[in-house]
Design a protein. Structure first.
Length: 292
């Protein structure tokens, strides 16, 4: 196959691993910066890269960064209009980036979620906090990533101040009940093609840090998930519309609780923690769907 990896940086670990895995399995693979495409709306739909026509690939692996979601999804959508297989489609990527939209998609399918509220009016903030069980609460920017834009407020005065500040900066924010028993730890399940291929538990190395992001120094270890956790992760990825997803789960006293579904999950931490060739699993999944 001819494969395009849509990535702004060919030197990133995840991008390099996907290229290596594809080449190892005999494919021709090219890294293309999504921002360097020109979308031509015509019949037939066309894409130009650095002012030159492209040879249409057999498949595309989107690695769309959060900062370029809109244009990146537009490029993926154009490939879809051209009849090219995309590992994750544009709708799934867009849904996963909007935390509220993703939770709404999951909320009616017997999946445990953090109690969550979205509010705009200043007068309703305290009522919204009460509606999800009161403080402490986690306040999230809807399109944040890697723990950026996520704040813990342990009292109503702090929560109200943080929410008002973010809203004054024209940020859409979510208020979620803090799951105390999972503070500083979570599980990431890596789902490919309706199967959990690897999983890791992330634990903060700082006792006062409630976020378990590897980018913030959390330690990762490979874990074997129970059937209950695997089932929830697979279902969450499917409902958001992703063929490949990193599903973040909290180990709550009520069972597995879905925190977030990621459309471009990093490969470095999961491969090192689990020992699984996740990049190879991704390419193998594409072969099954597209054919060698």
């Amino acid at each position: 196959m001819n494969i395009f990896v849509l990535s702004q940086n060919a030197q990133l670990y995840s991008t390099r691993r996907l290229v290596e895995a594809a080449q190892k399995r005999g494919h021709d693979v090219y890294v293309r910066d999504p921002l360097k495409f020109t979308i031509q709306i015509q019949d037939p739909p066309t894409l130009v890269y650095l002012s030159k026509p492209i040879i249409i690939p057999d498949a595309v692996i989107p690695r769309i960064g959060a900062s370029i979601t809109y244009f990146g999804c537009a490029v993926v959508r154009q490939f879809e209009q051209m009849g090219v297989f995309t590992l994750n489609n544009s709708n799934g990527i867009a849904s996963s980036r909007d935390k509220l939209r993703a939770l709404q998609l999951l909320s009616r399918h017997q999946i445990l979620l953090p109690k969550t509220a979205l509010v705009r009016r200043k007068q309703e903030i305290l009522k919204a906090i009460d509606s999800i069980g009161g403080v402490p609460v986690v306040i999230k920017v809807i399109e944040g990533t890697q723990g950026v834009g996520v704040v813990l407020a342990r009292d109503v005065f702090s929560a109200q101040g943080i929410i008002e500040l973010l809203q004054s900066a024209r940020q859409n924010i979510l208020i979620q009940k803090f799951v105390e028993e999972s503070s500083g730890r979570d599980i990431r399940a890596f789902v490919i093609g309706g199967k959990v291929v690897a999983a890791m538990r992330r634990v903060s190395s700082n006792p006062v840090e409630f976020r378990a992001n590897v980018h913030r120094g959390a330690k990762a270890e490979g874990v074997k998930l129970s059937p209950e956790y695997e089932k929830i992760a697979i279902k969450a990825a499917e409902l958001v519309g992703l063929n490949v997803a990193g599903v973040d789960l909290l180990e709550s006293k009520d069972g597995p609780l879905v925190l977030e579904v990621n459309s471009s999950p990093g490969l470095e931490a999961i491969e090192r923690a689990s020992g699984v060739d996740v990049a190879g699993e991704i390419i193998a999944s594409m072969e099954r769907k597209v054919g060698r």
